[in-house]
Design a protein around this ligand. Structure first.
Ligand code: SAM
Length: 177
């Protein structure tokens, strides 16, 4: 009995720790509704074979939809180990194969040089911190599709007010800076 109690205590501690960690890292987990995920991919005009990154991938829904419905190759990066594991389990359970990959880690530490599309749903602070990295690493013409939060100082090329989606294109949206 005490072993189960100890195990539950340990799991609660890890869960709490990862929640606090992702809060301080930039955003806590709040999944994008599936309808909005689909809209994000449509607005970004994701094409078969393109490389899509979901930065802060949560349970992996954006990366999985990009691969399944839009035939992209996708990578989700997630700091919360439980969510990163959930994404991996979804790949295994859905027999999705090698077109989706989940990385447990800090999104600010992974290269995005091969990205065609970057999807984000972070926070105003998270987007602010990410701007420099996107400017330095993304190729001209790469698209950034953000749910809910704008990138201050950049001009979105498309805005969907209903779904709260902002699209940015490198070389266009950031040219005023
Ligand atoms: C608002 S949720 C969005 C999840 C998913 N992208 C979606 O739209 O359903 C933000 C996610 O970013 C993760 N996150 C926050 N900071 C991070 C960081 N520095 N590196 C990786 N993941 C991070 C959080 O753990 C959380 O799961």
């Amino acid at each position: 009995m005490w072993l189960i109690a100890l195990l539950l205590l340990f799991i609660s501690f890890i869960l709490l720790f990862s929640l606090v960690a992702s809060f301080f890292a930039g955003a806590i987990w709040s999944p994008t509704p599936m309808k909005t995920v689909r809209k994000m991919m449509e607005i970004a005009e994701v094409k078969p074979g393109e490389k899509v990154y979901d930065l802060g991938s949560g349970d992996g829904r954006i990366a999985i939809a990009a691969a399944r419905k839009f035939r992209a190759t996708s990578v989700g990066i997630e700091i919360n180990p439980f969510l990163a594991l959930l994404g991996k389990l979804k790949i295994a359970a859905g027999r999705i194969g090698s077109s989706v990959k989940f990385i447990w880690g800090d999104l600010y530490k992974h290269s995005l040089r091969d990205a065609d599309v970057v999807a984000v749903y972070l926070s105003p602070q998270g987007n602010k911190k990410l701007k420099k990295k996107l400017t330095q690493e993304l190729k001209r013409g790469a698209r950034i599709v953000s749910h809910r939060w704008r990138f201050k100082g950049w001009a979105p090329t498309k805005v969907d007010e209903k779904y709260n989606i902002y699209l940015y294109v490198m070389g266009e949206s950031d040219s005023g800076e």
